[in-house]
Design a protein around this ligand. Structure first.
Ligand code: AMP
Ligand code: MG
Length: 420
């Protein structure tokens, strides 16, 4: 199956999970299940943007040399009050009723020594526009208008906005529960355990758990790895379903070797295999099935980079769809040198995106693309995707580049909406 067709098959089975309320202090990393409208104006009241003096100018400007009588002071946190003369004012202080303009202290000097509390009269040392240095109520957000839209992942900035608005809870998507099952009798899970001859460390397990948790999944506890034994794997699979897994991700045992037993375990369940083997490299034997009860199964090949590609381009998009996050669109970057590939396979390449002197994005395909090589993956800052058709891509050809994880911080390739 083609990669794009396979992804469509996956996403067709990923309706957003139900919503649940979450309190502000546990919202980080969660995805909004509904739009949040501003429950109040932000700022909530007209206030000073500078330390200085609040004046009543109405519609006129004031010129340098003009004097104002000053009475009293308004600090941040002081309640509303009316004033008929100018007053000293601090940043964030509510503008007294009757005053409409703030002149920064550095644009004034005392007209007389005053009483020690501050001058009783000030002289302007610069011209003043009416309404200057005032932050208007609702200038940031007007009550009842959209603050954040459904599908937004809550990060620190979104949390800042919700906190400012006094939103104490919001509806979010239930976190998808994901089980990770690494197969292979060669795998050692305990990093302190010495390796016996022929053994290797389980690196896919920690990778998958970390990546899934970072993407918003609830990673279920479970065996770190399972031996190459169909019965043991079947038992672990059934246990994951009993634990409420929405997704089960396995690594290994989906290729053509003697111990590649996953297809037979799935057939016996019975699960419905949607695809097994894609026109891509690495990670060609990727298997996708629907388990009894409707949970989705991704059988990723065991080679570390194959499992990383399967995770990045199939499992994480499924997770995003379950969370109601809109689909991502890649940026285009120019190949820094010519690339050759086999026609008929989409190629996923460990890559570094960088900026050329003219400002354009370029991408360097890293040496060491073999699917067992983890070190270049740890140096990569992106995946480059070379399309299925074609064998030779000249230097300068634009290709799709994706961040290592679907990231809200990655620039949206569409130009900003035109501003009024
Ligand atoms: P398999 O897909 O089971 O044939 O495994 C392919 C290759 O990936 C073999 O070299 C395995 O030893 C290796 N491999 C499988 N699972 C893991 C794992 N969890 N961590 C690191 N390497 C693995
Ligand atoms: Mg294996």
């Amino acid at each position: 199956m083609r990669v794009d067709q396979a992804l469509a098959e996956v996403l067709a089975r990923c309706a957003p999970l139900p919503a649940e309320p979450a309190a502000l202090d546990v919202l980080t990393g969660r995805v909004l299940a509904a739009d949040v409208d501003a429950p109040c104006d932000l700022p909530g009241f007209d206030n000073a943007a500078m330390d200085g003096y609040a004046l009543a100018l109405a519609d006129r400007s004031a010129h340098a040399g003009e004097q104002f009588e000053v009475a009293g002071e308004q600090a941040a946190g002081d309640p509303a009050r009316a004033s008929t003369t100018a007053c000293a004012i601090m940043t964030g202080a509510r503008l007294p009723d009757g005053l409409d303009t703030v002149v920064p202290i550095e644009d004034t000097r005392p007209a007389d020594p005053g009483t020690g509390e501050g001058p009783a009269r000030i002289v302007l040392t610069a011209a003043v526009r009416p309404g200057q240095h005032v932050r208007r109520a609702g200038e940031d957000l007007v009550r009842g208008t959209p603050a954040l839209s459904a599908g937004t992942r809550i990060g620190p900035a979104q949390l800042m906005l919700l906190a400012a608005l006094g939103v104490d809870a919001a509806p979010v998507r239930r976190r998808p529960a994901v089980a990770v099952l690494c197969t292979g009798r060669e795998l050692v899970d305990d990093p302190r355990q010495p390796l016996a001859s022929g053994e290797i460390r389980n690196s896919n397990g920690p990778f998958l758990r970390a990546a899934l948790a970072a993407a918003g999944a609830r990673v279920l506890p479970g065996p770190a790895s399972v031996p190459d034994d169909p019965a043991a794997f079947g038992t672990a699979l059934v246990a994951a379903l009993a634990d409420g897994a929405d997704l089960v991700v396995s690594t290994g045992a989906v290729s053509m070797g003697r111990y590649d037993f996953i297809p037979e375990v799935l057939a016996a369940l019975p699960a419905r295999t949607v695809f097994h083997r894609l026109r891509m490299r690495p990670g060609k034997p990727l298997l996708f099935a629907v388990l009894p009860g409707g949970a989705l199964f991704f059988g990723l090949p065991g080679n570390p980079v194959s499992s990383a590609v399967g995770l990045r381009f199939f499992v994480l998009p499924a997770l995003q769809a379950l969370l109601g996050v809109p689909g991502e669109r890649p940026l285009q970057a120019r190949l820094s040198r010519e690339a050759r590939k086999k026609s008929g396979l989409t190629l996923f390449q460990k890559a570094r995106v960088f900026q050329q002197p003219d400002g354009a994005l370029a991408v360097d395909l890293l040496p060491g693309q073999e699917s067992f090589r983890i070190a270049p993956l740890a140096r990569a800052n992106a995946w480059a995707v070379l399309p299925e058709d074609g064998e030779s891509l000249a230097a300068g050809t634009p290709v799709a580049v994706y961040p290592l994880a679907p990231a809200d911080a990655w620039p949206d390739p569409s130009p900003p909406a035109t501003r009024p």
